[in-house]
Write a protein that binds this ligand. Structure first.
Ligand SMILES: *Cc1c(COP(=O)(O)O)cnc(C)c1O
Length: 344
């Protein structure tokens, strides 16, 4: 230990490094991020869904973030963060904890900019996901029974190596990079009335608040599973206490600890924050698969479910739903389709 791991004062439980700046990014920061992101990633399609538009009597557009490399929106943030690293950290490398899309995002961006990446995952992490991160050149360390155990090991390693620990939410550069999706929506569909956005750590919804929320008349609505409502509770009562309940099968929105930076942006940025049931999430996955042949993660189906539930309210509106990611385990997709009661 060389003192780099002296815990800092933080309003949430997971922020330990002094470089984790909790100053929220601005809309101008997202515009700056766009100059970088567009050099490395394509603009994603914004496609009108015939089936959802007809079923919900609204103009429903899907923002196809699943078409990005890695198959999820998070790589926008990874690119913006890694592009702006100091020389010190470019050399020492990046280190993070995630068995999901955040890990793949940092691995992809690290490869793009030639920065070494180490990712901590729980010992029993899914082999397919580990293989995906290794294919992108990342070193994967398996440790402990769950995400929090892996994260603690990784924080310690970051300190020992002097590597840059990448937090999955409290990173202004990640939020600004992720926000570039919203600027693309503003360009193509300034008449948007409402965005339904899944919330895990809150970077994606914060990005839409900073863009669509600030630059158009649209309302940004956050959505979580009622089986893992940590951010919803934080938004409702202002507390950043960890939540004891996290039972959702949608790992992209399975958050136990609310993050201070994103909560700051969601506080007055979100027009509303809704909860949906696990059965509704399953039906959302089944609906998009059966009607559109789109494979989406349960995380993403929270937003579909919220739109379906809000049918009466949104009739006649122009609505955007991000297809936030497609990295669903095949066996899990099978089980969800099997258990779903949705039929077209
Ligand atoms: C991470 C993730 C989310 C949640 O996004 P946050 O920015 O963490 O709130 C939703 N869907 C998918 C597919 C994700 O990977």
């Amino acid at each position: 230990m060389d003192g780099r791991y002296d815990p800092i004062e933080s309003p949430d439980e997971t922020t330990v490094f002094p470089y984790h700046d909790l100053t929220p990014p601005t809309t101008a920061d997202v515009a700056r991020a766009r100059k970088v992101v567009r050099q490395h990633l394509p603009t994603t399609p914004l496609v009108r869904s015939e089936t959802l538009s007809s079923d919900l009597d609204a103009e429903v557009y899907l923002k196809r973030e699943d078409t990005l490399p890695t198959g999820a929106f998070k790589v926008r943030g990874g690119v913006n963060l890694v592009s702006s690293l100091s020389a010190e950290f470019r050399e020492a490398g990046l280190i993070t904890a995630s068995s999901g899309n955040h890990g793949q995002s940092i691995a992809w961006a690290g490869r793009e900019f030639g920065v070494p990446v180490t990712i901590g995952v729980p010992a029993e992490a899914n082999d397919g996901k580990v293989a995906a991160m290794e294919r992108l050149g990342a070193e994967v360390i398996r440790h402990g029974p769950d995400y929090d155990a892996a994260r603690e090991r990784i924080e310690q390693l970051a300190s020992e190596r002097g590597a840059r620990y990448v937090h999955s939410g409290n990173e202004p550069k990640l939020v600004a990079g992720v926000g570039t999706a919203g600027l693309e929506v503003v360009d193509e569909l300034p008449e948007v009335d409402r965005v339904f956005c899944p919330v895990g750590g809150g970077t994606s919804a914060a990005g839409y608040c900073l863009t669509v929320g600030k630059l158009t008349d649209a309302d940004v609505v956050g959505v979580q599973s009622e089986a893992a409502p940590a951010m919803h509770r934080a938004w409702t009562d202002g507390s950043l206490e960890p939540h004891d309940r996290m039972e959702t099968t949608a790992e992209g929105v399975a958050t136990r600890v609310p993050f201070a930076l994103t909560m700051d942006l969601l506080g007055d940025g979100l027009a509303d924050f809704r909860l949906v049931s696990e059965a509704d999430i399953r039906d959302g996955v089944a609906r998009l698969f059966e009607d559109e042949r789109i494979v989406m993660e349960g995380a993403c189906a929270t937003a579909v479910a919220a739109a379906v539930e809000a049918r009466a309210e949104i009739a006649g509106e122009t609505v955007v739903i991000p297809v936030s990611g497609r990295n669903i385990d095949l066996a899990k997709l099978d089980r969800m389709l099997e258990a779903s009661e949705y039929s077209a």
